[in-house]
Design a protein around this ligand. Structure first.
Ligand SMILES: NC(=O)c1ccc[n+]([C@@H]2O[C@H](COP(=O)([O-])OP(=O)(O)OC[C@H]3O[C@@H](n4cnc5c(N)ncnc54)[C@H](OP(=O)(O)O)[C@@H]3O)[C@@H](O)[C@H]2O)c1
Length: 357
């Protein structure tokens, strides 16, 4: 029987994914770098475990012996994805992760040729970043063949986990990034602001550009080469973000980063059970070919709850071998309807409209 390994299994999100996999009758091998915490998760669920850090390539390869699929839940992924992917390519193991970091998608896309030649799937982003946005982008692009521009947006009120807060700190100081005619272009933080209609639950809200993974993944899955991703925020937050350019450059320096990380360790827990089961998030998208414009949106469970479901679904589908080799996005691997297999996801696609001249 094929075997999955969940790395980062004692983190907030990793442990929820282990719980879900076990609740569905699975027996993943649990792994991470801290012996005691890995053993605790293994004992709780009566699972096999492996303890290894990501510093030494050969040790990682040995730890993947007999493993068919790795799901990496250890972030910030700028520190963990490459050594695990290297070992996966050496050992013929499929690789999944729950990153949202555009730099990681960009780096792993470079492994496409090597992965295809080795028959290995490299599929980062099987969580809230980027499953719903990637699937919505493809649903819209399929309805406007020849679309040249894609905008995506998210609205969520969920609190964040420790790992997400640290991942955000990791990217402090790097400003914003959008995709323009095939190139990733550095822009100031929140450089573009637009009003977006997120539907009944959220309403019309200002949204600002954020450096989200879709600026890499949606280009791969739709072929569209001009992409911006927005997050719905309050007007007050926009003023603070725009005024904070200089603050961000200070916060992006080494000593300030490590102080912030210590503060996060002491204060951030992640969404509680109520938030996980009751929160909703909205993902919005728009494509245009210059003449026609098409919009749509998805309403999903809380981003962490959705991540647990999409990641577990992705592990199960990869284990049964339903997935092409090479660098993949969720929609290229499983099709755009993948998101609709999750519980409590609703979709609206508008009628196409003429772009006002
Ligand atoms: N795609 C999505 O929508 C989505 C959803 C949820 C989370 N995430 C991302 O997933 C990551 C984890 O989030 P979380 O909430 O689970 O955070 P967490 O509770 O802080 O857990 C992070 C886990 O990663 C491990 N880890 C971190 N750096 C490592 C390294 N260099 N080598 C080995 N292990 C390392 C940690 O082990 P130690 O304790 O030993 O450091 C811990 O097990 C974050 O980057 C977050 O942004 C993405």
């Amino acid at each position: 029987m094929d075997t999955a390994l969940i790395y980062g299994a004692y983190g907030y999100t990793g442990s929820l994914i282990v719980d879900e996999a076990v609740a569905r009758g699975g027996s993943p091998v649990v792994a991470g770098r801290d012996r005691e915490q890995v053993r605790d998760v293994a004992t709780e669920h009566d699972l096999d475990h492996r303890v290894f850090s990501l510093e030494r390539g050969r040790a990682i390869e040995r730890a993947l012996d007999g493993i068919d699929v790795v799901c990496n839940c250890a972030g910030p992924f700028v520190n963990t994805a490459v050594p695990l992917v290297d070992a996966c390519l050496e050992t013929g193991t499929d690789y999944l992760d729950i990153t949202g970091e555009f730099q990681v998608f960009n780096r792993l896309a470079d492994e496409d040729e090597r992965a295809t030649a080795s028959g290995v799937t490299v599929l980062p982003g099987v969580g809230f970043d980027v499953v719903p946005t990637d699937c919505l982008a493809v649903m819209l692009a399929e309805r406007v063949p020849g679309a040249t521009e894609l905008s995506l947006a998210i609205a969520s009120t969920s609190s964040v986990s420790r790992g997400t807060a640290k991942t955000m700190v990791e990217s402090l100081g790097s400003g914003g990034v959008v995709r323009r005619r095939g190139r990733l272009v550095q822009v100031p933080t929140a450089y573009d602001v637009r009003e977006i209609d997120f539907g009944e639950r959220v309403g019309v809200t200002p949204a600002v550009t954020i450096p989200w993974g879709d600026i890499v993944t949606a280009a791969h899955s739709t072929g569209i080469e001009t992409i911006s991703v927005y997050a719905g925020v309050s007007k007050r937050a926009i003023r603070a973000l725009k005024a904070g350019g200089s603050l961000e450059s200070i916060a992006g320096t080494g000593p300030v980063k490590s102080t912030l990380e210590r503060l996060i360790d002491a204060t951030v827990d992640g969404p509680d059970g109520r938030e996980l089961t009751q929160d909703r998030a909205v993902v919005w998208g728009e494509v245009t070919d210059g003449e026609t414009r098409l919009r749509g949106r998805l309403e999903t469970p809380n981003p962490y709850a959705l991540t647990v479901e999409t990641a577990t679904n992705a592990i199960e589908r990869t284990l049964v071998g339903e997935i092409p080799a090479g660098f993949q996005t969720p929609a290229t691997a499983f099709g755009p309807e993948f998101i609709l297999e999750c519980s409590a996801v609703e979709r609206w696609i508008d009628e196409p409209m003429a772009v006002p001249s």
